[in-house]
Design a protein around this ligand. Structure first.
Ligand code: SF4
Length: 382
């Protein structure tokens, strides 16, 4: 069918037309009923594409619906307080997506007179929008002839064309994009892109592709050679980094606690400082990187966290640790419940009831820690 090293499988002429017809017919008959497919509205399509980045469809649906209820259009999103946008995103992860979404809405309101830009080129100029999302929105909402390419589509292409090697290698990726553009059905670019994505999501899945149900199986070189399931070939993995953190859930008799504001990363290239990344730049319990003697590190760091007298060592109770994985980081967090009469002060801290911390924009990690602390307090009460 395709591509770079091996052009002998390239589909052309009638074969290509029949390939497009089969895939489009299958998509129009069997596509999943998803809320964002009920509309060609660019705002809705854009929102769904951003939410779906690295997040499963079932997890996205309730967030998508709640978000639209509160922010039904670009204007309402542009004008909302950032805190509220993040709160509605809370639990979906990768919070920079929400921040960029709002920045882009403000750009649309300011630079495009409140009307969503119609061309891929202009869409690409918006904050947080890359090649894939720009092509998806431009083709689905405005019928522009541009093919999407992400990991999902790349997998399908690699199997169709029996392409070996690391697909993310720059030259190979460029060739894949060329091939995706060549295959695109010019009279139905939006449906075509969705059909390729749907094929990858439901039939040509990473494990155990269902070739017997595939509408384009007769065009699949990977299947013919019996190597489809092994494609794409595995990339070299980045080494896993173990990260040890300690978090302090300082609480008073009224059940209030302290959350710190999103941390400022001193240097973007400072890979050693994992805390800002792991708390997703959101509200979080005072958290430190812990090295060596855990208790010693915690007590030492209290002096820099709190601007008033820090809690006494005897008020610290270590809770069961929390495990968390983010990309190449394997994180273990040791939470401490620190019970005090009066909450100490810390720069920018927010005082809030421990059982209401989810009202602020927090990460899943902070949520898990709060749960541990509440369970411990509850157990003591019984
Ligand atoms: Fe994927 Fe199998 Fe279809 Fe080939 S035949 S595209 S491997 S599902």
């Amino acid at each position: 069918m395709l591509l770079c090293e091996n052009t002998s499988h390239m589909l052309t002429g009638r074969e290509l037309a029949s390939f497009r017809k089969s895939l489009l017919r299958w998509f129009r008959q069997f596509q999943r009923d998803l809320p964002w497919r009920k509309s060609k509205d660019s705002y809705r399509i854009w929102l769904s594409e951003i939410m779906l980045q690295q997040t499963r469809v079932v997890a996205v649906i309730p967030y998508y619906e709640r978000f639209l209820e509160r922010f039904p259009n670009v204007q309402s999103l542009a004008e909302a307080p950032e805190e509220e946008v993040l709160r509605l995103w809370s639990g979906l992860g990768y919070y920079s997506r929400a921040r960029n979404l709002q920045k882009a809405a403000q750009q649309i309101a300011g630079e495009f007179g409140g009307t969503f830009p119609r061309s891929r080129e202009q869409i690409l100029s918006l904050s947080g929008i890359g090649e894939y999302t720009a092509s998806a929105v431009a083709s689905i909402a405005f019928g522009e002839k541009c093919a999407v390419l992400d990991g999902n589509v790349a997998r399908v292409l690699s199997r169709l064309g029996a392409i070996r090697g690391d697909l993310r290698e720059s030259k190979k990726w460029k060739n894949l994009q060329k091939e995706a553009d060549r295959l695109l059905a010019p009279d139905a670019p939006g449906d075509w892109n969705q059909a390729m994505m749907e094929l990858g999501a439901t039939i040509c899945t990473p494990r155990a592709p269902q070739c017997l149900l595939c509408p384009v199986a007769s065009n699949c070189e990977g299947r013919k050679l019996g190597i489809a399931e092994g494609l794409p070939e595995a990339r070299q993995k980045r080494d896993v980094v173990d990260v040890v953190l300690a978090s302090l859930v300082v609480t008073n008799a009224q059940g209030e606690t302290l959350l710190l504001p999103p941390p400022k990363q001193k240097n973007k290239d400072d890979q050693a400082d994992h805390v800002p990344t792991l708390v997703s730049n959101l509200w979080h319990f005072p958290t430190i990187s812990a090295n060596g003697d855990l208790m010693k590190s915690v007590l030492a760091s209290c002096k820099s966290i709190f601007t008033t007298k820090p809690p006494k060592p005897e008020s610290f109770q270590q809770l069961a640790s929390v495990r968390h994985s983010v990309t190449y980081r394997k994180v273990i967090v040791h939470p401490f419940l620190v019970r005090v009469i009066r909450l100490p002060k810390a720069h920018g801290a927010n005082t809030i009831a421990l059982n209401r911390v989810t009202e602020l924009a927090i990460s899943n990690l902070t949520r898990k820690i709060a749960k541990r602390a509440l369970a411990s307090l509850e157990a003591k009460r019984q």
